[in-house]
Design a protein around this ligand. Sequence first.
Ligand SMILES: NC(=O)c1ccc[n+]([C@@H]2O[C@H](COP(=O)([O-])OP(=O)(O)OC[C@H]3O[C@@H](n4cnc5c(N)ncnc54)[C@H](OP(=O)(O)O)[C@@H]3O)[C@@H](O)[C@H]2O)c1
Length: 318
Amino acid sequence: MSSTKIGLGLAALGRPDYINIRPEAELNKSVEAFKTNALKVLDESYALGIRDFDVAPSYGLGEQFLQDWNDSRNHKNVNLSTKFGYTYVANWEIGFTGKHEIKEHSIEKLNEQWEISKALLPNLKIYQIHSATLDSGVLTNNAVLSKLHEIKQAHHLKIGISSSGTEQIKIIEEAENVSFNGEDLFDSYQVTFNIFEQSTFEILKQLLAKGKTIIIKEALANGRVFKNDTFTAYKSAYNYLEDLSNKYNVGVDAIAIRFIIDSLEPSIILSGASNTNQLKENLKALNFKLNKKEISKLKSFAVSPQHYWQERSDLEWN
Ligand SMILES: NC(=O)c1ccc[n+]([C@@H]2O[C@H](COP(=O)([O-])OP(=O)(O)OC[C@H]3O[C@@H](n4cnc5c(N)ncnc54)[C@H](OP(=O)(O)O)[C@@H]3O)[C@@H](O)[C@H]2O)c1
């Protein structure tokens, strides 16, 4: 029906605090409880057919949990991806008030994080720069780019970037210009794209046509696709999403994910589910198809990247 696969992102599974828009039920936030839940969700995802798993050193203990799972289950057919560039500093302190992750795109950070992440080999199939930005200079840092090229040659994996913020298009364009011996360094792009933030549509289509791997993150706009009185700009979108959810007998999450499949057809869409029930609901996106009129109506709900990313940076971590 479509070549798009759904993968699992571990952002919500590896640390006690992340972006949560709706009030949450009392959760046991101990390391043990999180580890048990993460391994359970990983096993259940695998049983549900998920083969692509994405993590980063800044997702608390997420990378460690994924490594424990990978080492103990020994599946040969999974594709793992991780990143370098952000350090988790909240140190599992519940309600930590400062920035939970600190960006550092230096060669020292790459060397340090690669030493740990390489334990995911040979199932590690994509190694990415975490939130490449123009201001960090990472896309012109020769030491970093050469090391990534060296890793690519030595381990036959794909090198990727992830992008966030209003400059996603410029970041992707700059990454496209990086090459070694006439060959592109970057094979994979992890990008935010959803009903409200569609600014990268054209460039992602071009990258897909060139055979690049396109991974979509924040497909549910961190939960903003669910009806919420705080976000007044989305009122008509919420009404329409509810109509489609009734028509197809699935949740709004499945409609939002299906919109990305039917409009963009990326390689992978990451589910950010924090439990298996959410994942099962997300996976319902694979069982139906939106029609042209519905796709074009959903396209009309995009807001400006400025609006979207300002709102994103105002979301609370809890
Ligand atoms: N490279 C980067 O810079 C970057 C940035 C962000 C994300 N990512 C990757 O992309 C993945 C997905 O992104 P994301 O988790 O931030 O965003 P998302 O997929 O837009 O949102 C996920 C959130 O939606 C809610 N949700 C999902 N299914 C639901 C359902 N059926 N019913 C109710 N609520 C549901 C959950 O919120 P609650 O927890 O409130 O229930 C969940 O945490 C991450 O895990 C990570 O791997 C990468």
